[in-house]
Design a protein. Structure first.
Length: 317
């Protein structure tokens, strides 16, 4: 019987990294998780304590990465990923997608491993194309408050393609659209945990602007399935993974009130600088290339997520 393949997941204690780790273990991989725990939390991986196929290393990937032994797959998921983070730790946000990506790619080159980077729909900025195809180059303000994230991810994509072209490295790029589900941080500033947290705690829901801006929400298990399929493919250029079911932020607020059974006011605040007005993935490429499409209905996914936060707040109190 052959030894298990080894996968490395940076950002393994984060929302997406922890779910990805679970999927890789289920697929029979040995997983080495890395995280500096700036935005990740060991709570997300505590259920893996004692699992002989999982090792956790507390490490900042902006520093040199050394690992003994063979590595087959590297998933670079380390990065702050919420608007609050961009404002509070912009330099760390830039460093993890520049220096961190360089270090993770260097490890992949040394080990002859396949490399997959978590990029983002934020590469499209405030898009002038709708829905967004992978061929769209984006409309990004490089010096705005979101620029530290948007441009860092665009740089990470460029670095990844450079390693592919210059060194023949087997690389993949996933552009992740709005994703939600259990293990999100309650106070990370993104609309899903913000609205659910406000509703469950009996506070008014805060909508920025008039709420007409749109988002498309993908449940986490669907996203991870698309990412895993991409990691097993032979495709090297960016692929959108997300759910094209689009709704306005105001509609989403109303859905959260319905699913939490709350009757609370919705208050409006000024729209943040460079906040995208529309966001919807064109998933034609993922469908054709990977045979992938989202399966979890919005109502089911939101119900699971509300239940998670309800339990989390009960424990916290």
């Amino acid at each position: 019987m052959s030894a298990k393949k080894t996968a490395v997941v940076t950002g393994a204690a984060g929302f997406l990294g922890s779910h990805l780790t679970d999927r890789l273990l289920k697929e029979g991989y040995r997983v080495i998780g890395m995280d500096n725990l700036v935005t990740g939390n060991v709570r997300n991986i505590e259920h893996l304590a004692g699992n002989p196929d999982f090792d956790f290393i507390k490490h900042d990937v902006t520093k040199f990465i050394y690992l003994p032994g063979s590595v087959d797959l590297i998933f670079h998921f380390a990065s702050p990923a919420s608007p609050i983070d961009y404002l509070q730790i912009p330099i760390q946000t830039l460093k993890v997608s520049s220096l961190g990506t360089h270090n993770a790619l260097g490890l992949a080159k040394e080990k002859g491993a396949t490399f997959l980077i978590a990029s983002t729909s934020e590469c499209y900025g405030d898009p002038l194309e709708h829905p967004q195809k992978e061929t769209y180059w984006g409309n990004v303000n490089p010096i705005g408050p979101r620029g530290c994230y948007d441009e860092a991810k665009r740089f990470a994509e460029a670095m990844t393609m450079a390693y592919h072209r210059a060194h023949g490295l087997d690389t993949k790029i996933v552009r992740i659209f709005n994703t939600y589900g259990p293990r999100m941080r309650l106070e990370d500033g993104r609309v899903v945990p913000a609205f659910i947290g406000q509703a469950l705690q009996g506070n008014p829901l805060t909508v920025f602007g008039d709420g007409s801006q749109t988002r498309s929400f993908c449940y986490v298990s669907d996203l991870i399935d698309g990412i895993y399929r991409l990691s097993q493919s032979n495709y090297h250029e960016p692929v959108n993974i997300g759910n094209p079911r689009e709704m306005t932020v105001l509609q989403f607020a109303q859905e959260i009130l319905k699913h939490t059974g709350k009757d609370l006011p919705i208050i409006h605040k000024e729209l943040p600088t460079d906040d995208p007005k529309v966001r919807q993935p064109d998933i034609g490429l993922a469908s054709k290339l990977l045979g992938w499409e989202p399966k979890v209905a919005f109502e089911e996914g939101i119900s699971r997520t509300v239940a998670y936060f309800r339990d989390f707040l009960a424990i916290k109190s």
